[in-house]
Design a protein around this ligand. Structure first.
Ligand SMILES: C[S@@+](CC[C@H](N)C(=O)[O-])C[C@H]1O[C@@H](n2cnc3c(N)ncnc32)[C@H](O)[C@@H]1O
Length: 298
């Protein structure tokens, strides 16, 4: 835990009472923060996102009692404490919007084209299925896919192994996913059959993902720009949804190329619709399916 008081006392720009509103952000300061965000996460911050930046930096600065954007920038960019602080800040600066069953057409594609449809299609050995949800946020996406796969395989009464890797740059989002307890509002799109089978209602009226499902999903901290360093095997399905929108085209292509390199032959890369136009890769072929942007490894 960050020793907030001790750290803050050393910082220039500290206002002991810190009730004062934060000063306006100068355009040069915006540029400086936008460059840092781009360098460390790949995310673009267009000029019209100044208020987003000010609001979200401000929330964290108020927690720390810092009233000066430059002092906070210097803090975040220096020393070990800065590294720890960046880990907190990145959660405030990234968008975590997600929900269960958000991508129905993606689930339909997986069920129709990546899984056996009837018992005669099932291999004699248990089927191994490796899936990676890139930018998984608070876990709703990987749990949705895991439920869809499990439901199909149980209906077929076919043994299978599911390895679901779920990665994100935000440790706070990953922690929520690992706990796997969601509000009533969050699970409202899940039908009663799945809700009964995959969740338990807690004493406080929240919904806990079943132990069996949670054990299948492995949450990992990973910056998509640093995938090259990570020991990741070959996947059957990679989902990268609502993440590339935050990157420029060059980085989108670089990320898609990297992800393509982590697919088995025949594996499927599924991106958000419209998130990467005219992408070409020697081993990837567009897989046409309604309301999806999918590519199959040849
Ligand atoms: C809008 S959410 C998408 C969640 C989910 N894929 C969906 O479609 O519902 C985007 C997620 O990408 C994560 N993210 C942003 N930049 C990232 C990066 N450089 N590496 C890994 N994850 C990143 C954010 O923390 C956030 O949780």
């Amino acid at each position: 835990m960050l020793p907030v008081k001790a750290t803050v006392e050393r910082l220039p720009g500290l206002d002991e009472g810190f009730i004062k509103p934060l000063p306006a952000m100068e355009p040069e300061q915006f540029e400086q923060w936008a460059a840092l965000l781009k360098q460390r996460t790949g995310m673009r911050l267009p000029d019209n996102r100044m208020s987003f930046l000010v609001t979200n930096l401000g929330m964290r600065m108020r927690e720390l009692g810092i009233v000066d954007f430059q002092a906070y920038y210097d803090y975040v960019t220096s020393g070990r404490e800065g590294v720890v602080e960046w880990g907190h800040l990145v959660h405030h600066l990234t968008v975590h919007e997600t929900r269960f069953l958000r991508h129905e057409s993606v689930l339909a594609l997986i069920l129709q084209h990546c899984l056996p449809a009837n018992p005669a299609d099932c291999p004699t050995e248990p089927l191994g299925i490796d899936v990676w949800s890139v930018g998984c946020s608070t876990g709703e996406e990987p749990y949705s896919v895991a439920m869809a796969i499990d439901d199909r395989m149980r209906q077929l009464d076919a043994p299978y192994f599911l390895g679901m890797m779920a990665s994100d740059i935000s440790r706070a989002a990953l922690a929520t996913g690992r706990v796997g307890t969601y509000s009533h509002e969050k699970v409202r799109d899940i039908g009663p059959r799945w809700l009964k089978h995959y969740f338990t209602e807690t004493d406080t009226g929240r919904f806990q993902v079943s132990e069996t499902l949670r054990k299948r999903v492995c949450f990992n901290h990973l910056n998509i720009l640093q995938v090259g360093d990570a020991p990741i095997g070959k996947m059957d399905i990679i989902l990268c949804l609502n993440l590339l929108i935050y990157f420029d085209r060059e980085q989108r292509i670089q990320i898609a190329n990297t992800l393509a390199g982590h697919l088995q032959p025949g594996g499927m890369l599924i991106l958000g619709v419209g998130e990467l136009l005219n992408w070409e890769h020697p081993h990837m072929k567009r897989f046409p399916y309604a309301n999806t942007l999918a590519f199959q490894h040849q």
